[in-house]
Design a binder for this molecule. Structure first.
Ligand code: LMR
Length: 309
């Protein structure tokens, strides 16, 4: 399997590293626009192989997309990260142009690839990649739900003093302050979370999750990379190993949840066909209203992109 990761910054390099040490793909191409950066990080990942015992090969290239030809999956992390005080949406003007030109290059050399977008603002950059690539919706998706649920699950694990492995959760909506963690679909070793934690504490965790990316931006002056890079690698794994994993993923909705023509995080089945199925939950009125609020926000940012294009 051949996987390309575009962008050798913190998120892209972390994703390539996870793909290599977990041997998710045997050939990993890391691309960056900055001379030598991808080559250097790829070499570093390769030099770690005798220590961590893997034989996946990572090759770095500077802007040479011919080396990415015939990739099975391409992860696009390119674009600026936000700085403290910025919202993800503030990145739209710069990142839309970058995601558009990267997608054109990717499709030119790998017309059959499944594309995973990581660049922000996530839902709208997935829209950008979808309209640029003209691929079917099952092959163009955004990584956010795995990251956002991971934050939610990690906070819950800490509060309950249990292993994060035992926390399962669903989260829907856009990758921003309007995201919708769903306590009714959150369990701890099969036990509904609401039986184990007070409402106040759970509400506080939900609020912290919504601003989880911003919390890290404030701490570090730039955005996160370990969890985002690992989350993208987990999506690649589900596709290349045809695992049929159930994850929240950003996809163009075409009538599901009564929503048309909007890119939003929803639970899906992820396998070698990309998004093989969108799972429709039976949401209650309150949950529906929260998802609708998120849809409206994403639609507004999609309209900004339409104007830019
Ligand atoms: C994240 O959630 O970590 C990313 O979307 C980056 C950011 O700006 O928060």
């Amino acid at each position: 399997m051949k996987v390309t990761v575009v962008g050798a910054g913190n998120v892209g390099a972390t994703c390539a590293d996870v793909l290599a040490y977990r041997e998710i793909a045997n050939e990993i191409i890391l691309v960056d626009i900055k001379e030598g950066l991808a080559e250097g990080k790829a070499l570093d990942i390769w030099q770690k192989s005798p220590i961590n015992l893997y034989d996946s090969r990572t090759i770095g290239v500077t802007n040479d997309y011919s080396k990415t030809a015939n990739s099975d999956v391409v992860v696009i992390t390119s674009g600026l990260p936000r700085k403290p005080g910025m919202s993800r949406d503030d990145l739209i003007e710069t990142n839309a142009g970058i995601v558009k030109s990267v997608t054109e290059q990717v499709i030119k050399y790998s017309p059959e690839a499944t594309i995973i977008i990581v660049s922000n603002p996530l839902d709208v950059m997935t829209y950008q990649a979808h309209i640029t690539s003209k691929m079917p919706r099952n092959k163009v998706m955004g990584m956010a739900g795995i990251l956002d649920t991971a934050r939610y699950r990690a906070f819950l694990a800490e509060a309950l003093n249990v292993s994060p492995k035992d926390i399962q959760a669903v989260l829907m909506g856009g990758h921003g302050d309007t995201m919708v963690p769903l306590p009714r679909y959150t369990t701890v070793g099969g036990i509904p979370v609401t039986e184990l934690i007070d409402k106040d504490k759970l509400d506080a965790i939900i609020e912290r999750t919504k601003f989880g990316g911003g919390e890290l931006v404030k701490l570090m002056g730039t955005s996160a990379w370990y969890a985002p890079g690992s989350a993208a690698a987990q999506m690649v794994e589900a596709i290349v190993r045809d695992q049929k994993r159930v994850f929240p993923v950003c996809v163009k909705l075409e009538g599901e949840y009564g929503i048309d023509d909007c890119y939003l995080g929803v639970p899906v089945i992820l396998g070698k066909g990309g998004i093989e199925k969108v799972i429709e939950l039976d949401l209650n009125a309150e949950e529906k209203a929260l998802v609708e609020n998120s849809r409206q926000h994403v639609k507004e940012v999609m309209a900004v992109l339409d104007k830019l294009n």
